[in-house]
Design a protein around this ligand. Structure first.
Ligand code: HEM
Ligand SMILES: *[C@@H]1O[C@H](CO)[C@@H](O)[C@H](O)[C@H]1NC(C)=O
Ligand SMILES: *[C@@H]1O[C@H](CO)[C@@H](O)[C@H](O)[C@H]1NC(C)=O
Length: 345
């Protein structure tokens, strides 16, 4: 019996991979048959490589990992925070560290960025790397690796991170306001991901990051009292869950676990929760009511191995979005908060 289940999960694994995985890490042989994504293979991302810092900063990954470990040991909530910070970086102008720039009207100052955290973790790693290998490791690479390490430390899968992103010099708050906030419909989410070169399977797999972490009550408050301006709660919410959420939400900034059953474990409970109508955000619960996404939700719910491997593949894709890798693009920031000062002539 167990073997049968294993065999079928392997079969599914291969099926899905053959059909959907578009861009594996650039330096591995790419197994592409058919793809649902219309984005062309990004030549900018193909300049990334796993051994990018092997000569210039051989211990870069080790330094990042040890720092992330130390911070998360002190405060577990930094694990989800770093994963989300990486998403918000890549979603706007690609993975270029633009979310880290810290000044008036930068992405970081947007309303949609208000609950982002983990900036001091990145600053701490950057300071250490500047001591060990000055002007070498980009802030965007640090954030990408930190998100991977945070996933592992939360019990999630490992994947190889390709390196070589450079940091951007532009960051605009208005652009950050367009990142999905939890009220969007599935069409809007699919389109948003498609614009990043990510397909529907990526959307479902990456939403699985909500298996850890928390959301501020204001992001789903209307579901509790005035759903869709009906002055009634969201009819999908069953009374026990509705009452629990009402009790947990006294103020808009109160925080509630995105995964109501195993909030600190990186597992497939996010997906099984959706089957039980225990999704927290409207955008989470919607994934199981739309036929474009529901079959993927059910697959992930029933195949932990599949979720792990697809999450890894989709995170690599996310980390390749809009990367700056060419000669005259971007820079290696010295301080992740600011663009490097211009050199005097
Ligand atoms: C369809 C797109 C998505 C929507 C609508 C969405 C929405 C949200 C919202 C509203 C929150 C709570 C924020 C707050 O309290 O202010 C949140 C938290 C979070 N999101 Fe997403 N998200 C999406 C995609 C993603 C992706 C792709 C990832 C990562 C791969 C991600 C990772 C997280 C994590 C880990 C948290 C918890 C953060 C923490 O505890 O500090 N989300 N998301
Ligand atoms: C989804 O939301 C967008 C933007 O708010 C809206 O224009 C569109 O009509 C909505 N689609 C559906 C199917 O509700
Ligand atoms: C919200 O209300 C509009 C207009 O009454 C309706 O067309 C739409 O289907 C509702 N959306 C949901 C998710 O109930």
């Amino acid at each position: 019996m167990r073997f049968m289940a294993m065999a079928s999960s392997f079969a599914l694994f291969f099926l899905l991979h053959l059909h959907f995985i578009v861009s594996l890490p650039a330096t591995q042989p790419v197994l592409t048959v058919a793809s649902t994504s219309r984005a062309p293979p990004s030549s900018a991302a193909s300049l990334l490589s796993h051994n990018f810092y092997h000569r210039t900063c051989p211990d870069a990954e080790g330094i990042i990992h040890r720092k992330v470990l130390a911070w998360i040991n002190k405060d577990f909530t930094l694990a989800p925070a770093l994963i989300r910070l990486h998403f918000h970086d890549c979603a706007v102008r690609g993975c270029d560290g633009s979310i880290l720039l810290n000044y008036r009207r930068s992405e970081r100052s947007a309303f949609a960025s208000k609950t982002l955290r983990g900036f001091s973790v990145i600053d701490d790693i950057k300071a250490e790397l500047e001591r060990k290998c000055p002007k070498t490791v980009s802030c965007s690479d640090i954030l990408t690796a930190a998100a991977r390490d945070a996933t592992i430390l939360a019990g999630g899968p490992f994947w190889e991170v390709p390196f070589g992103r450079k940091d951007g010099k532009i960051s605009i708050a208005a652009e950050a306001e367009k990142v999905p906030q939890g009220h969007e419909n599935v069409t809007t989410m699919i389109n948003y991901f498609q614009n990043l070169g990510l397909d529907v399977l990526d959307l479902v797999a990456l939403s699985g990051a909500h298996t850890i972490g928390r959301a501020a009550c204001h992001t789903f408050q209307d579901r509790l009292y005035n759903f869709n301006r009906t002055r009634k709660p969201d009819p999908i919410l069953k009374p026990p869950f509705l009452n629990l959420l009402r009790k947990q939400c006294k103020k808009g900034m109160d925080l509630v676990h995105l995964d109501a059953t195993t909030p600190k474990m990186f597992d497939t409970a996010y997906f099984t929760n959706l089957e039980k109508k225990l999704g927290l955000l409207m955008t989470d619960q919607a994934l199981i009511s739309d036929e474009r996404t529901s079959s993927f939700v059910n697959l992930m719910a029933n195949q932990p191995f599949l979720f792990d491997s697809q999450f890894s593949a989709s995170m690599v894709k996310l980390g390749n979005v809009g990367v700056l890798t060419r000669k005259n693009e971007g820079e290696i920031r010295v301080n992740c908060n600011f663009v490097n000062p211009r050199r005097r002539k």
